[in-house]
Design a protein around this ligand. Sequence first.
Ligand code: C5P
Length: 235
Amino acid sequence: MKRRARRWAVVPAAGRGERYGGRVPKQYERLLGRPVLSWALASLLAEPTIRAVVVALAPHDRRFARLDEAADPRVEACTGGDRRDVSVARALDALAGRARDEDWVLVHDAARPCLAASDLRALCAAVSGDPVGGLLASPVGDTLKQGDADGRSARTVTRDGLWRALTPQMFRYGLLKRALALCAERGRAVTDEASAVEMLGVRPMLVPGRGDNVKITVAADRELAAAILAARRGK
Ligand code: C5P
């Protein structure tokens, strides 16, 4: 009899947020009184089919243990690495012996606090029958410019067929491990899991998601995320 694939989650939270430049790493900035990482974890924990959430932390992180979600029996921590893909690979290692190759792993950015439950369900529903897996993504709406060294627009890039890669990204445990090992072998730093999976020569499914699933990268993103969460709370 074929075994049912189970679901696990991984949250890379080991970044220093250099582009953000705040007093605390961006995943610990507060939004409506709650740290960004708490929002991200709560959105995953609201999905009962996720068996455990492994959070990859920077060495010497002392903030994580103070989060309410850290006490959740489904949440555990490991030490991340100096690149996002290394942090994800370490969290996958923490699942060794529990996750099977055919199980699903949802990787979600710690800095993405506005994941809607409907998007998480849509991703799981779209990808669960797929051999490769996929990611939430949003079609590019703006006109894109290629800038030059003088800060001038050198040309316009067609936006046809272009998507913004969001998270969660959902792949089979075995496939994702192989993809990240290949990245490490080739010394390629990737900024999302789908890039690593593409290196295996397969094509992740693009699952249309809400454009307001924003990642906090610079300080202004924090205000945007707070406004999105406040508007949802007001509904
Ligand atoms: O820097 P960026 O916004 O692309 O980071 C995306 C996510 O990857 C963040 O949640 C960040 O904490 C995480 N990350 C990590 N380990 C690193 C670098 C980034 O877990 N070395």
